[in-house]
Design a protein around this ligand. Structure first.
Ligand code: RTP
Length: 150
């Protein structure tokens, strides 16, 4: 599936810490293609939709406050198996369990400040992309270097 897409976000802590660049670099250098990007401070209602499946968790309220505390860098990345591989690039949800070499394993310590988000399945990626982006914000283009990757 060379045109699989995933939703990746640099969370407010990652934006404040200047980690947008390093996170983009990891996806670019792996061979994935950026299909959409924007900075947005999400509303409470937007985040409650995004995290609807976690609404009964004790950390839900704090999570919504944290995610709405400043700009988020919302992105769509495209390429073969990008949903699963994107989660590997991010590392485990709890940074203390993340391997060195992953984003969270290199940049984070606390599960409540874990720098980035990535869709956990192809179906949730579709829903999240539709929630965060208008169809016209997604850009389709050919990258010459991809002929050397696939
Ligand atoms: P994400 O959606 O942010 O990529 O994270 P995930 O799939 O790896 O993990 P999920 O279980 O969906 O949790 C979403 C976010 O909630 C925060 N969290 N806090 N015990 C806690 O305090 C706790 N557990 C999860 C994290 O920011 C996690 O990324």
């Amino acid at each position: 599936m060379s045109n699989e897409q995933t939703f990746i976000a640099v969370k407010p802590d990652g934006v404040q810490r200047g980690l947008i660049g390093p996170i983009i670099t990891r996806f670019e250098q792996r061979g994935y293609k950026l299909a959409a990007i924007k900075l947005i401070t999400p509303s409470k209602e937007h985040l409650e939709k995004h995290y609807a499946d976690l609404s009964d968790k004790p950390f839900f309220k704090g999570l919504i406050t944290y995610m709405g505390s400043g700009p988020v860098c919302a992105m769509v990345w495209e390429g073969r198996d990008v949903v699963k591989t994107g989660r590997v690039i991010l590392g485990a949800t709890n940074p203390l369990a993340s391997q060195p070499g992953t984003i969270r394993g290199d940049y984070a310590i606390d599960v409540g400040r874990n720098v980035c988000h990535g869709s956990d399945a192809v179906e949730s990626a579709k829903k999240e992309i539709a929630l965060w982006f208008k169809p016209e914000e997604l850009v389709s283009y050919k990258q010459a270097q991809h002929d050397w990757i696939y």
